[in-house]
Every structure is written in C-alpha cells, then in structure tokens.
Design a protein around this ligand. Structure first.
Ligand code: SF4
Length: 276
C-alpha cells in the first residue's frame, strides 16, 4: 500500500504566525488568552492551554493581562474595548485578513457600497464587516448577488478562504450592478493551493484521509472536494482510523486543513505507513 501526502497541506502562513505569537507570549509569563479558539483545532487549543495560553469567549471574562487576537481578526470596537478594560493587545490577525479588513474600510471611506463575498457566519467575515463600519452587505450565494440592488459605486472584497470559482461567479454577477466597480480579490493563495493539491491527489488514489478539526470550515471543504473524486474520510486524529477502511485499498492520499498541526499529520502518516 502506498501513502502519499498532498503537495500543500496543514498549517498556512497566518496560522503558523498566530501560534508562534501566542507561544512567545506564553513564555513571557502573565495571564494571556486568545479571544476565541486560536484555530479550529481542538488538539492545538488544548496544547496551548497546557503551555499557558487559555481561551476566552469575550473580553468580560478577562480580569487583566493580555488578549491575543487570532488570525481571523476582530472589528475595531474590540481593540477599543480592550484598551478601555486596560488589557494589553497582541494582534495575531493574519496580514491577508488585515488587508481585507482595511480594504473594506477604505472602500466605505471612499463612498463605495461594499460587498463582502463570503460566509455570513464566518468570524473573519464578521471582522471585515465590522471594519466596514457595519455597512457592507455580505453575499454568499448567486441568488443573493442577483437580488443585490444597482448602485453608483460598488466595492467588492472577499473572505480570504472563499472558493475562487464561486468568488468569480458572484463577482461577475455583481459587475452588472454598477458602472463603477472596484474588485479587490482578497482570496489567500494558501486555500487555493491546498484545494488544488487535494483534488489532484484525490484523482490518483483509492482513498483520501482529510485531517483537521470537525469545526474547521476549510478542512470540511477539503473533505467535500476530495469526496467528489474518491472515498474520503475526515478525521481529527490517528485514533479515528478504522481497520476496515483499508480493505482493498492500494493507494492512500493524505491532506490536512490550514489549521491542522504537523504532529497530527505525522501520526496519521506513520499509522498508515505501518500498514503498508
Ligand atoms: S488561510 Fe490565508 S488568510 Fe487565512 S490565516 Fe491562513 S494565510 Fe492567512
């Protein structure tokens, strides 16, 4: 049995950076917590907790100390509230997300009606919305794009992890809505790279293992894409592997979401290789 890793898998630049920042902060001592889980991976969140970085769901839970902003980012109100409460802020917002946030703000300041193409409930999209002074419209589907009213000036930004194909489709529809359209393609290449590499591999193997948090949107998307090409299992850790999955399988592909730590990928890879 052959086991092949996708060309691009696991931690992206923004997640690596956020975890490094959180760890550096933990080693400097004091009470520090991330606002919301630093990434959508329960195993990594647990590990960081042991190293001294906890998680809070709101600033009210912080009596003092340092609040770490995760890679998804937050709106400007959160920075102001943290300052009011006397908290130190360590900003681990991914620079790509920051660019989308500031682009939305600039477009609003320049008098554009702003559309964010993305998932309405995704925390990153919420943060971009807040940077637009709560003025942007979030559009997730072609039907919503169709229903968007014509306007004088239209500015478009995108959730960094949104599907490139779906973004193009929706942006094309929105082009009809105004004579003055500015499109800022704020999609991050990490997502495209992982998705393309996963599909390439899924086409060549009998079974794909997609590793990552069940609460991770980008991992779930990878699993959906792979499932269109071959038998696919979405797992969080090696402990979920089942003997019966490997019957009659000659070639296994492995990929992992942008929030999946290396050590978990290695464990799964090793366990699969031991069966080879
Ligand atoms: S997927 Fe891209 S935008 Fe999102 S955290 Fe990773 S590098 Fe940043």
């Amino acid at each position: 049995m052959e086991v092949v890793l996708a060309d691009y898998l696991g931690f992206c630049y923004g997640v690596k950076r956020a975890i490094k920042i959180a760890r550096e902060n933990a080693s400097s001592g004091g009470n520090s917590c991330t606002l919301g889980p630093i990434i959508h991976n329960p195993q990594m969140v647990e590990r960081l907790k042991r190293e001294g970085v906890g998680t809070v769901d709101s600033l009210e839970e912080m009596p003092g100390g340092t609040i770490i902003i995760r890679s998804h980012g937050v709106g400007p109100e959160v920075y102001a509230q943290a300052k009011q409460r006397g908290l130190e802020v360590v900003d681990a917002t991914c620079p790509h997300v920051k660019k989308a946030q500031l682009s939305a703000k600039e477009l609003v300041d320049d008098g554009y009606s702003v559309v964010i193409i993305g998932e309405k409930r995704h925390p990153e999209v919420r943060s971009i919305f807040e940077w637009s002074d709560h003025k942007a419209e979030i559009i997730e589907t072609e039907e919503e794009a169709e229903a968007f009213p014509p306007c004088a000036k239209l500015g478009i930004v995108c959730q960094t992890t949104f599907s490139g194909a779906k973004f193009r489709q929706i942006a094309m529809q929105l082009l009809e809505k105004s004579r003055d359209v500015r499109i800022l393609r704020t999609i991050c290449t990490a997502t495209d790279q992982r998705q393309t590499a996963a599909i390439d591999l899924a086409e060549q193997v009998d079974m794909m293992l997609v590793i990552g948090g069940k609460n991770s949107a980008n991992t779930t998307r990878l699993a959906q894409l792979c499932a269109e090409h071959c038998l696919t299992y979405h797992i969080e850790t090696a402990a979920e592997l089942r003997d019966e999955w490997f019957d009659k399988i000659k070639k296994i592909g492995i990929t992992a979401g942008a929030s999946t730590p290396d050590w978990i990928i290695k464990e799964v890879y090793k366990k699969c290789q031991n069966r080879a």
